[in-house]
Design a protein. Structure first.
Length: 254
């Protein structure tokens, strides 16, 4: 996550999914932003037309008008940051946020980066211990082969299996954001990544996944403990038959 993304169409999808899964439920939510410093080399985060453009607004607003209005206020007031999202009270359930940035990578040698990342992990684990559901929101998504080590300069943009395993171990379910690429079909990428998560995090847990389609497609993976499998499955199937249906697809579970 970067502050400049706040309120964009990706945020609308991620928060819409979380609100559907969690509002009026017995669960408490913990959000780990994996906050990365704003970058200026691209125009990511610019897709906010869905909030006001006449030919787009109705198709999104009907999905969750309350969420749409909250994000519209943030964008129009030029308060695009995770703090503004927190202050908008997006969730009815108890919600805890971890906003410490993973911003130490350009300034230190590799071994120091590794130590600082471990310190960051420990603080995140402690801060989110009160929640029984977790949302992991890395800038790019799950770790990739070209950035396999936690001490690489770009590793702050990824969530690593070792730390996901630690974060998830006492949760009912964990939701993970992942940006899809062009290396394979989206459907195949989703299936491959789901299998990786099941193998590396907990083979006894079920991994659900769906794709959010608007503009630049993203996948969301949900690792569910045995106690939460039926709940998550029912919620996702209802979600995909709701007013959100035009924007989501590629349901898969393993």
């Amino acid at each position: 996550m970067q502050n400049r993304y706040s309120g964009d169409v990706g945020d609308f999808g991620k928060f819409g999914l979380l609100r559907y899964l969690l509002n009026n439920s017995k669960y408490s939510l913990g959000i780990n932003w994996y906050l990365f410093p704003d970058e200026g080399h691209n125009e990511d985060g610019k897709f906010t037309e869905y909030l006001s453009k006449p030919n787009l607004k109705p198709n999104f607003e009907k999905c969750d008008s309350e969420l749409h209005n909250k994000l519209k206020t943030i964008v129009e007031n030029n308060k695009r940051c995770v703090q503004a999202l927190k202050e908008s009270n997006l969730f009815k359930c108890k919600t805890t946020y971890f906003s410490m940035a993973v911003d130490f990578y350009p300034n230190f040698p590799g071994q120091t980066r590794l130590s600082l990342r471990k310190e960051w992990q420990d603080k995140a684990t402690a801060a989110l211990a009160v929640s029984n559901v977790l949302f992991i929101d890395p800038d790019n998504g799950l770790q990739i082969k070209s950035c396999e080590s936690l001490n690489q300069k770009k590793s702050g943009k990824y969530a690593y299996f070792t730390e996901i395993s630690k974060f998830h171990e006492d949760k009912e379910f964990t939701v993970i954001y992942h940006h899809l690429n062009r290396c394979d079909s989206h459907s195949q990428q989703i299936k491959n990544r789901a299998q990786e998560l099941k193998d590396k995090i907990n083979p006894k847990h079920t991994v659900f996944c769906i794709r959010y389609r608007p503009y630049s497609p993203r996948a969301f993976f949900i690792i569910a403990s045995p106690n939460a499998i039926e709940y998550v499955r029912d919620k996702l199937k209802a979600f995909l038959k709701s007013s959100w249906e035009p924007h989501w697809d590629c349901y898969h579970e393993i």
